[in-house]
Ligand binder design. Structure first.
Ligand code: SF4
Length: 495
């Protein structure tokens, strides 16, 4: 059996980092972890190929070779998904589809032969069993959550590492919280399920042995969902594993209560974590209560962010505008919060209601759902009827984006962060090829940001400031200048 795993194109979005990747000569931020895991769940004797449309083309010869095309996608990839389905239908190649987009909206794709929905560790074996007896169904779904200790090591070898800036890996699924707008708990449940330490180390070993000596992103919904085991087992094991390894650093997604646990922060930093993403959502207490973001309430959020930064972790933040309790003053409150917190990478989007979330159900009852959402967190669109007048919300949103990604405020934020940040004492052992690529990226930054860009004065201002005030953070500062260029390009699309 020949299986073609096709990953649809992700458009140019905040998290695609497309405008930043060209400095590193990379095509894509990260590899399609879901499809590589699916590949490992299929029989070993089947032939498998990966076509990632973010860096490759889907050729007719690929489709002619394949007995089945497996597609996994998120909402944001819908446009590309429709194109792939059309190509497959025209060439008569059968499709097997799964992942969040199909799990929540499979009815919209009438010409797909098989849907393997929810978590593949349960539904793929059922599909395989039916293939073996020649009696397949249209839909395979489950309301159960598998024990991910049974999940195999993804087939990293199908991906061309040269295309990617970072590699994704997963330790846990599910989140104990219950934020109203979030579909993570709908898809993966409240009880964080974890892999065994041996399993994670095996995955890391196989990545490292295949030559990956760079950043690794734990794509967990909330990495600190089970702190006890993390502190007792995984983090000490990662500290040991990383000894002598070159170029490896980790980053992940956590909830803000990380700031309450000094021991956990220290362990993460010692294990090689250098950055965490946190859903801060809003500094408005009433809006936090509205969306049930309990863990963010009744605390000094700026101080929490700074505690994490001082521990040696950069904080990236997600913010939302358009809650029912937001007012005209919220826009400036959000700008001030982000500036004062020194969150350089701050993604601000409008409130959207993913299908089947608590928010979706509430707004459906109130007659406030317009359509399915775009899946882009920061494209200035929404699928709900907000309480605030839509034109006022949109103009306030554009104002926030324009301000935050203006070179002036962006540079200020970098400086605020660099003043606060305490770099970890544990150093990452450098890999020569990474050093070479960083030098090339630096030279490109001089040409693109320092010579040809209309905002070049800000590049040189930050360059000089860092050289004199924070010379040890010079590399980080240049990385931020490159990020700032990407964010500015993305914000220009929202005008
Ligand atoms: S903490 Fe994050 S992952 Fe968990 S429910 Fe809230 S938004 Fe979702």
């Amino acid at each position: 059996m020949n299986i073609l795993l096709v990953y649809p194109e992700v458009p140019d979005t905040f998290w695609s980092f497309k405008h930043a990747l060209k400095f590193l000569n990379k095509k894509v931020a990260s590899q399609p972890l879901g499809l590589l895991t699916i590949a490992a769940l299929l029989p070993t004797e089947w032939n498998k190929r990966l076509v990632d449309l973010n860096c490759m083309k889907l050729k007719q010869s690929d489709l002619s070779w394949a007995d089945y095309v497996f597609i996994s996608a998120m909402s944001i990839q819908k446009k590309s998904v429709l194109k792939i389905i059309k190509q497959c239908n025209e060439s008569g190649t059968k499709i097997v589809a799964g992942g969040p987009l199909f799990t929540t909206e499979y009815e919209q794709f009438e010409t797909v032969e098989h849907f393997v929905l929810n978590e593949a560790e349960i539904t793929i074996p059922e599909f395989l069993k039916d293939i073996s007896i020649g009696n397949t169904k249209h839909i395979y779904s489950t309301s159960d959550f598998p024990d991910i200790k049974e999940s195999p090591t993804p087939m990293w070898e199908l991906a061309d590492f040269g295309n990617y800036a970072t590699m994704n890996i997963q330790y846990s699924r599910g989140c104990p919280y219950n934020c109203e707008f979030c579909n993570i708990t709908t898809l993966f449940g409240h009880r964080p399920r974890i892999k065994s330490v041996e399993q994670v180390l095996k995955e890391l070993d196989s990545l490292y042995n295949l030559g990956w000596h760079k950043s690794i992103f734990f794509v967990d919904d909330n990495f600190i969902g089970n702190k006890k085991i993390l502190k007792k087992e995984l983090l000490p094991a990662l500290i040991e594993w990383r000894k002598g390894k070159k170029g490896i650093s980790f980053n992940t997604e956590v909830s803000i209560n990380l700031a309450d646990d000094k021991e956990l922060m220290n362990l993460m930093v010692n294990a090689g974590f250098d950055m965490v993403f946190i859903g801060i959502e809003t500094p408005e207490e009433l809006s936090l209560a509205e969306c049930n973001k309990k863990q963010n309430m009744n605390r000094n959020l700026i101080e929490s962010v700074k505690l994490i930064q001082r521990s040696g972790l950069q904080v990236q933040g997600g913010f939302i505008l358009g809650f029912d309790n937001d007012t005209q003053s919220t826009f400036q409150t959000v700008i001030d919060f982000i500036q004062n917190s020194g969150i350089v990478t701050a993604m601000v989007g409008l409130l959207q209601a993913p299908t089947n979330t608590l928010l979706y159900k509430r707004l459906m009852q109130e007659g406030r759902i317009l359509a399915s959402m775009s899946g882009d967190n920061a494209d200035g669109t929404t699928n709900i009827i907000p309480k605030m007048d839509l034109d006022k919300l949109l103009s306030g949103y554009k104002h926030v984006i324009n301000q935050l990604y203006s070179p002036l405020l962006f540079n200020d934020r970098v400086k605020i962060f660099l003043r606060e940040y305490k770099a970890p004492k544990v150093k990452i052992k450098s890999d020569v090829s990474n050093l070479y690529k960083n030098v090339i990226a630096f030279i490109r930054s001089i040409y693109i940001l320092g010579i040809t860009d209309k905002e070049r004065i800000y590049y040189w201002k930050l360059f000089v400031w860092t050289l004199f005030r924070k010379p040890k953070r010079f590399g980080l500062s240049i990385t931020f200048a490159i990020y700032g260029y990407h964010f500015r390009k993305i914000s220009e699309k929202c005008q």
